[in-house]
Design a protein around this ligand. Structure first.
Ligand code: ZN
Length: 133
């Protein structure tokens, strides 16, 4: 586990949240990307080492739509940068964490990702992410 790579925030509207976070961080959204397999549209902002991923549901069955229906907008996950996602997945599995996918999958922003069930981590959804070569 290296540094926190980004914090994911579930929002109703990428456009309005993008405007707010642009003002907050005093920077522009540098990338928007849809991950159809996950039912999300994402927007990224970065200021120095701090990176925020805004997530909007792209369909009513999206995990983001379900999250917002249950908890409202807010912090959705914390993502950690890892060098070797498969080794890290194996290590966490051996430590008793519940992983939400068995093999790394393709995430937004050119990453391989794996999620750790929030029940394993005191209510926080954890994302492991490794830069794709
Ligand atoms: Zn993320």
């Amino acid at each position: 586990m290296n540094k926190i790579e980004h914090i994911g925030i579930a929002v109703n509207s990428l456009k309005s949240a993008g405007n707010i976070y642009e003002k907050l961080l005093n920077t522009q959204v540098y990338k928007t990307e849809e991950v159809a397999s996950e039912g999300v549209k994402t927007a990224f902002l970065q200021n120095g080492p701090n990176k925020i991923e805004l997530l909007e549901a792209s369909n009513p069955d999206s995990p983001i739509a379900k999250f917002i229906a249950k908890k409202g907008e807010g912090i959705h996950h914390v993502a950690f940068d890892v060098d070797d996602i498969e080794a890290e997945m194996l290590r966490l599995k051996n430590e008793g964490f519940v992983l939400l996918n068995d093999v790394p999958k393709r995430g937004a922003d050119n990453k391989l990702v794996c999620f750790v069930h929030p029940k394993s981590a005191n209510g926080v959804l954890i994302e492991l992410c490794q830069e794709r070569g």
